[in-house]
Design a protein around this ligand. Sequence first.
Ligand code: PHE
Ligand code: NA
Length: 500
Amino acid sequence: TPAKREGFSSRRVFLFAAIGSAVGLGNIWRFPAAAYKNGGGAFMIPYIVALLTAGVTFLFFDYAIGHRGRASSPLAFRRLNRKTEFIGWWHMGINSVIAIYYAAIIAWSVRYMIFSFNQEWGDDAKTFFMKDFLKAGKPQLSLDFNPGILIPLVLVWLSLIVIMALGVQKGVGAANVVFMPLLILMFVGLVAYSLTLPGAMTGLNTLFSPDWGALANGQVWVAAYGQIFFSLSIGFGIMVTYASYLKPKTDLTGSGTVVGFANSGFELLAGIGVFAALGFMAQAQGVAVGKVVEEGTGLAFIAFPTIISQAPAGALIGFLFFGSLLFAGFTSFISILEVIIAGVQDKAGTSRLISTMIVIIPLAIISTLLMPTSSGLYVLDILDNFVNNFGILAAGLTSIVVVVYCVRALPTLRDHLNSVSSFKVGWLWMILLAVVTPLILGYSLISTFFTSLFKPYEGYPAELLLIFGWGMVAFLIIGSIVISFLPWSHKSRAAEEPPA
Ligand code: PHE
Ligand code: NA
């Protein structure tokens, strides 16, 4: 029989890990711009509604499946009902795709942390990022490796082999217990300093001045739900996996509420810090704050470097900002890899070390072949867009529909939550999950599907969109169904009796 399954030593370690996964690049570079574009201060209303109606609700659903099944996502779903196993494999595919490009962003952050000390980018941060740093060329497949990215990328993958091989408690848990407090210290330092910069208050006014009219716009609500899903890491196996490492008697609903509010708190903090800094930049350039708002890589690798060059003690801001990006990204990255490693461990019955190698070596090779080339940025952008819109959203919707309507297991999950938790869930939770959440997910999915069908994403060439966009999405769906029919090793944990 397989060795006894590992877990987190306490609920505290779990909370560090779950918050570590939730708090990521989405908080730092996605939330501030999303709030600004969708009604400013008024965005807080759809955002809080989304957090309460879909966010925490779906978090409980993920926790219930993982904690009840005490297994990786494929096995936990299999233990709920044999027919739902494919959802777990789909989760593994989604996380593999994210891992391939997430590693590159972490590698860039490491380089930029070092660049901050003498503001390597001079006075044109955009040209530096695109030409000197990424050596970005045309969006086409290429194999011209750029050592400036190749080397940090390989180092990121090597350090992850070490952490992941150490296991759930000594690797995943310990890394989060160390990195999360560091992240909070650095980020609070950054926000506090940004608030002292001239123009900071104008930045905050720009972010928080409410446009109440936005509340009547459906797209604003879609944006709020999209942000909550991405930001809480729900619906693609991460919370299923982490919850499976909790002790049998653990307060699940209480823990989920803590994670949900901690993540949103960090998001708010990031909004304040980022807009204070943007307010300074706008004032220094004599333009309106709205003119300098960026998100994603543009915010991190173009706008912030410019701020760093212009602000007093810029090197310090750079160190704190890219350090925060590094730690926030790293702890999320760990959770992505844990989903895949746990699945392999369960299916193949291999040891932690072997499972880590089986997962990380191929992913590291693919990531190293795709990311450090002159088209790496475009491949990253396409993978990110398609896996978020059609991977995460579609898998989230499918898991609810299948569990609620095809195998009718929602009451089982409710009973499981209530058998261990401090506050109980009832009909309200079931309605929010079974009716409200799928309607909103379905609407978002269909509307983004038609937009992307008729308008090639960012105008990228069809071959790139076909391979890394549509092809990748189709491959994940077909692959997960095929794998769910493959037999489980007699050494695997599926051979054990499912938990009562
Ligand atoms: N929840 C993370 C964030 O807000 C994002 C994330 C994506 C985490 C994928 C894990 C995996 O940034
Ligand atoms: Na988040």
